[in-house]
Design a protein around this ligand. Structure first.
Ligand code: NI
Length: 298
């Protein structure tokens, strides 16, 4: 339904966004800000994306990353620059990737992982559970002191799309406060537990809570297959420039996989940035026009 209505949706999104632009002549080129989730043509991350597994396992939603940057609607003279609320990966100029670790901090495993990262000068992003952060503030402080980014993964790991607005606020605010009290700054990025989100929620996370929703494009299913060799091979086979790689620092097999994984990624020439740094490198992907430009000499 929404796929078929893509053109209408695009125009509707453009016109609803025109309040942010001038309301003058229709013929003048102009820039409008369009919520990207409405442009993807994807029935963006419906409630069916809720995973029943105990940890994040969503398959990346196609069209929720690069294609979120939509450009010209053909022949209209309009240029749309999408404001992205969520990311599965980024379109970057080099071989930058972002490693992300969810569900910690874990009192023994996370410090061990931090050691592995430090030995190699690698920066990562930790999407922490608020109650774990509150229990181990010294680990949060160490993360930040060593150049890593700390993101919000909710207080108690519920599916946020099943909660009331007050429930979502409580989960996110308590976690951001726990992180801030540990390291002095609130997170700028969040990851919805189970990848359970939708376009409206992603916009809410961004506009109301000041956090981009960070999904992923590489998932070794490390929570499911507790096999270090598999974690390493899955990540090495699937990482590409701009990737956001998901794994969990609460599993011994995952942390044990990291020395070989990190060394393998280094050997492939990847460089490691935090999620916020990766986002800052993200560039629009051109979307081909459906129709050729009108002739200058009619
Ligand atoms: Ni999780």
């Amino acid at each position: 339904m929404r796929l078929g209505a893509f053109g209408v949706l695009l125009l509707a999104a453009c016109s609803s966004a025109l309040t942010q632009s001038n309301s003058g002549s229709q013929s003048e080129p102009r820039v409008v800000v369009v919520p990207p989730d409405e442009l993807s043509g994807n029935p963006a991350v419906p409630s069916s994306s809720v995973r029943s597994e105990p940890a994040a396992a969503a398959i990346p939603e196609k069209g929720d990353s690069g294609q979120q940057y939509a450009s010209a609607s053909a022949g209209s003279g309009q240029v749309s620059i999408a404001r992205k609320h969520s990311y599965n990966s980024c379109n970057v100029p080099g071989k930058q990737i972002a490693l992300t670790f969810d569900d910690g901090p874990h009192p023994e495993l996370t410090p061990k992982l931090l050691d592995y990262l430090k030995e190699r000068g690698i920066k990562a992003t930790f999407f922490v559970i608020g109650k774990n952060a509150a229990a181990h503030p010294e680990i949060i402080k160490r993360m930040v002191d060593e150049g890593h980014e700390v993101g919000n993964h909710s207080w108690s790991h519920p599916a946020l799309n099943k909660l009331s607005a007050a429930g979502v606020s409580s989960e996110l605010d308590k976690t951001s406060e726990a992180v801030a009290s540990a390291c002095g700054a609130k997170p700028h990025v969040m990851r919805p537990p189970y990848g359970a989100t939708n376009a409206a929620l992603n916009r809410k996370f961004d506009e109301e809570f000041g956090m981009k929703a960070i999904l992923w494009d590489v998932d070794p299913l490390d929570w499911k297959y507790r096999n270090s060799a598999r974690v390493t091979s899955q990540i090495l086979e699937n990482a590409k420039p701009g990737s956001i790689i998901l794994s969990h620092d609460i599993h011994a097999t995952t942390v044990a996989a990291m020395p070989a994984t990190l060394d393998g990624l280094l050997q492939k020439g990847f460089t490691f940035v935090t999620v916020s740094e990766l986002i800052s490198l993200d560039r629009p992907v051109e979307v081909a026009s459906a129709k050729p430009a009108p002739s200058a000499n009619p």
